[in-house]
Design a protein. Structure first.
Length: 292
């Protein structure tokens, strides 16, 4: 059973709470990159945990002993050879009456599993074409939050004018090149943005910090629209697009209704497109505060 568990990167462990003596199976030694005959000292083992993981382990361990309850922790460790690995530690207690006398459990190498999970999360949070934040990230980190995550100054929505004609005339590869150029120009115009996201086929959102004065924000939006209207060179062709923008500012950077802010910016964007495109309009209604 020990050999089979080691194949899966799993090891068992126990800690005597009277003197902190450790007992490990071969799989746990292998996980930490230590020889099987190494005498174990809990302080030495603890030193092999990365900083935040070490702090989390000590906190959860103390709470488990105090309240006599199990815990689970995904921790980063530094093996004896210097390699960084992730492991999942599960722990429970043996008690003598109500007095905890032993911690025991399993340690499993989850490095590959975590790398795959992190990749899937990045793919979900990043637009694969432009590298910007995805619609999903914009939704979860802004629209769906009951309270703001960070202070906000304004939401600016951009919609590309003439994008369908580029696709119809030159094909989707040209359209993709346009979107990538638009994304690069938005990032250049708002390098200090809290988020630049692609929220639709040719729709983008920019969240700005409250530190930008309204007059300066107006100037930056105007400069960005001028930059977005510059021709895009693609395979010997000059692709010409522009963009319209709708902007909604908040009165209280720490208390606002994200959905109402989005609706106000969207209405301003519609007004900009209706007025002839390649221009910006500001929301004319006051964005309500979020309920506190």
């Amino acid at each position: 059973m020990e050999r089979a568990a080691a194949l899966a990167g799993i090891g068992a462990w126990a800690c005597d709470l009277t003197d902190d003596t450790l007992s490990w199976t071969p799989g746990t030694y292998d996980l930490f990159g230590l020889p099987h005959d190494r005498r174990l000292d809990r302080r030495d083992a603890l030193a092999m945990y990365a900083g935040e993981s070490r702090e989390a382990l000590e906190r959860l361990r103390a709470e488990a002993i105090a309240h006599r309850r199990p815990f689970t922790l995904d921790a980063q460790i530094i093996r004896a050879d210097g390699a960084l690995r992730w492991m999942r530690l599960t722990a429970d207690l043996v008690c003598d009456g109500r007095r905890p006398v032993q911690l025991y459990g399993l340690k499993q190498d989850i490095t590959e599993q975590k790398a795959h999970s992190d990749l899937m999360r990045r793919l979900a949070e990043q637009d694969p074409l432009t590298g910007l934040a995805s619609r999903r990230l914009f939704q979860t980190h802004f629209l769906d939050r009951a309270t703001p995550q960070t202070p906000l100054g304004a939401l600016i929505l951009f919609d590309v004018d003439g994008f369908k004609q580029i696709n119809d005339r030159h094909g989707h590869a040209a359209g993709d090149a346009c979107l990538q150029a638009i994304a690069d120009r938005l990032c250049a115009g708002f390098s200090d943005a809290l988020m630049v996201a692609r929220i639709g086929g040719d729709e983008f959102a920019v969240l700005t910090p409250p530190s930008i004065e309204p007059e300066l924000l107006d100037e930056r939006v105007a400069r960005t629209l001028a930059r977005l209207a510059m021709p895009i060179y693609w395979r010997g062709n000059l692709l010409r697009v522009s963009a319209s923008a709708g902007m909604a500012e908040v009165n209280n950077p720490l208390a606002f209704d994200a959905e109402a802010l989005f609706a106000a910016a969207d209405a301003a964007l519609y007004a900009a497109k209706h007025a002839g495109r390649n221009r910006v309009r500001r929301a004319v209604t006051e964005v309500p505060h979020a309920y506190m």
